[in-house]
Structure formats: structure tokens, C-alpha cells
Design a protein around this ligand. Structure first.
Ligand SMILES: [Zn+2]
Ligand SMILES: [Zn+2]
Length: 214
């Protein structure tokens, strides 16, 4: 063991005596990145924050779902993504296994490994791995459509709109028309009565046969 070690979460390099071993994953972390055992509260059996989170909220989805989701998201506007190993730790909310840090083979695009499927199924390949720098380059190789879960009872039929009855232009009723004309006539009569004369509206008038009554 070397004199100085790196905290597995925050990445600070500290003297070995300042780091402690997580009682669950057995890796070294600084005090800031550890809590006493969440179940017993025993400070002699500390847990790293990743392990503590896993104990408190056990995982129901794949460990690498966070990486897959990130790649899908980035895929909508870029085809090349470089991620540091620490960033991937953050995305998956957990520690990558030691082999991911030490063995380039872990990053092989082989569909037989669950972790590789997380990026392969999202439409990405690992293009380059630089473990010395701690960087992984992902390249988008195909489009993926976001799968939508079909609900129960939902069928595969195409959408058919409800038939709409066309509105037929209907001729207005004769009664209505004649009432309307009558009203107009009345108004005109009233108006001309007001305008014109001192005559009472009830006064009889005689018209010549050529002249039409107003
Ligand atoms: Zn730390
Ligand atoms: Zn741990």
C-alpha cells in the first residue's frame, strides 16, 4: 500500500491514515465521504456515501441506468461524449468496480456484459478508453427511439378521429324572413315619421299609383 491514497468519492489524495475502509465495499474513503453504519449507527463500521445510499434506498433498476439515461440525453444533440470515471460514478450514483479503473477490457463493447449493454442499448459504443487520464469516450452509433410502455388495454390500432357531421347550410325559414322584413319596414316607417312631418303617424295618406309608399 502506498503512502498516499485517493478517496473513492471526492478523489482527494490524502495520507493513508486519514482514509478509512468502507465496511461494505471495502474501498478507501475520506471522513467527509463516509457516515457511520446507517443501520446501527456504529462509527467503527463506517459506510461510504454510495454504500449508505444503497442501504437506505435499494436499487430497483439497473446499476448503470444513470449512464444510459445520460447518453440518451446527450445523444439528442451530440455524437461524441467524453466522460471521466468520476463523472460516471456520479451518473450511476455508485462506484464503478475496480476493474473499470484498471482493465481496459471492462469497457469492451460486448453485449454479454450488463454494464456494456447500458451504453450499447442506448445506441452508443465506447470508442476510446484512457485509464491513465481516467477518461472514456463514447460515440453514438445509432438512433434509439424512446420506448413507451404500452398500458393495459391499449391497442395497436391507429388513431381514428370521431366522425364529425358536416354542418349543412340551411335555408332560413320563410316565417323568419318575413318577420325580419316586417320589422325593417316598421323601423323605416318610424324613422320617416320622425324625420318628416308634423303629421301623426296614423294620418291617412294617399299615394299616386306611380308613387310607392315609403
Ligand atoms: Zn472524500
Ligand atoms: Zn462503500
Amino acid at each position: 500500500m502506498s503512502f498516499r491514497e485517493e478517496c473513492g468519492i471526492c478523489g482527494r489524495v490524502l495520507r493513508a491514515y486519514r482514509l478509512r475502509k468502507c465496511s461494505r465495499c471495502k474501498r478507501l474513503f475520506c471522513r467527509d465521504c463516509m457516515v457511520p453504519d446507517v443501520a446501527t449507527g456504529n462509527p467503527l463500521e463506517p459506510l461510504c456515501l454510495h454504500c449508505a445510499r444503497r442501504v437506505v434506498a435499494p436499487r430497483s433498476v439497473s446499476k448503470y441506468a444513470g449512464l444510459a439515461a445520460h447518453l440518451k440525453f446527450r445523444g439528442s444533440f451530440t455524437k461524441l461524449v467524453t466522460l471521466s470515471l468520476a463523472r460516471i460514478d456520479g451518473l450511476i450514483g455508485s462506484n464503478l468496480p475496480m476493474s473499470a479503473y484498471k482493465d481496459v477490457g471492462w469497457w469492451a463493447n460486448s453485449p454479454s456484459s450488463a454494464h456494456a449493454r447500458s451504453w450499447l442499448d442506448s445506441g452508443w459504443d465506447v470508442q476510446e478508453v484512457n485509464l491513465r487520464e481516467g477518461l472514456v469516450v463514447f460515440k453514438k452509433v445509432r438512433e434509439t427511439r424512446i420506448k413507451r410502455k404500452r398500458r393495459k388495454g391499449e391497442t395497436n390500432k391507429p388513431f381514428t378521429p370521431v366522425p364529425v357531421r358536416p354542418i349543412k347550410p340551411r335555408a332560413p325559414s320563410k316565417t323568419k324572413v318575413s318577420k325580419l322584413y316586417a320589422r325593417i319596414k316598421n323601423l323605416e316607417r318610424q324613422r320617416s315619421a320622425l324625420k318628416g312631418s308634423v303629421r301623426s303617424p296614423y294620418e291617412k295618406r294617399l299615394f299616386k299609383s306611380s308613387e310607392k309608399p315609403r
